[in-house]
Design a protein around this ligand. Sequence first.
Ligand code: ADP
Ligand code: MG
Ligand code: MG
Length: 260
Amino acid sequence: MSTLDIRDLHVSVLTEEGPVEILRGVDLTVSSNETHAIMGPNGSGKSTLAYSLAGHPKYHVTSGTVTLDGEDVLAMSVDERARAGLFLAMQYPVEVPGVSTSNFLRTAATAVRGEAPPVRKWVKEVKTAMKDLEIDPEFAERSVNEGFSGGEKKRHEILQLTLLKPKIAVLDETDSGLDVDALRIVAEGVNRFKATSAESGDGAGVLLITHYTRILRYIRPDRVHVFAAGRIVESGGPELADELETNGYVRFTDAVGTAA
Ligand code: ADP
Ligand code: MG
Ligand code: MG
């Protein structure tokens, strides 16, 4: 059983006018076999949370803690976070020119698993995962994310998720910019990952960050958290997502005094 524990997290970014506090005391616990959704208006700091968990150098943790199974995540390098079992899919995946997708995946899997996966088994694993995600086999030889459409990038993220098998996965707007078919493929990929993890172990914890409620029709969260002005302002069950779908974020943005 794994637990990602975020306690009173404060994060600032350095702007031309000086440091600006974006995260203002985030508290959240995500454990194995749980799916949490963070929902909130644009600019509320959702991606800042994802970047902070990923260890992006632009985001400075000024106070608070993040632990994974008691280990200090904030003290870990980006690689160490991945090896510890944390997976982060960013809202805007980076392009890696000159590195083929298949090489990238194998290098990442080797780093995370601590040894190179046996070639035959690996090839089969990749093929199956790509087929499940309806990714054209020729993508394996293309540079990572280079010239990929928005939907292709998101499917590539889920391909990584499938192959790296993290304990806790943080997915930032994996649903944005997807048409209905791509959304279904991506959501099914996440659900398949959850099911496989549950069959073979404790089950993965998933933190789904999103602006829109529509992905939650495919991936049912156990808990829904509303994010506004850099922190969680309300938590509830899936019914909270239904309320947001009907009423939007106005009730929450009014309460914290920001524009939606
Ligand atoms: P969300 O993902 O909820 O839309 P973000 O985390 O992207 O929100 O942004 C939250 C706020 O922090 C915004 O006002 C944004 O302009 C600011 N911000 C985020 N990253 C940076 C950065 N690297 N430099 C300056 N401001 C930033
Ligand atoms: Mg945004
Ligand atoms: Mg964002």
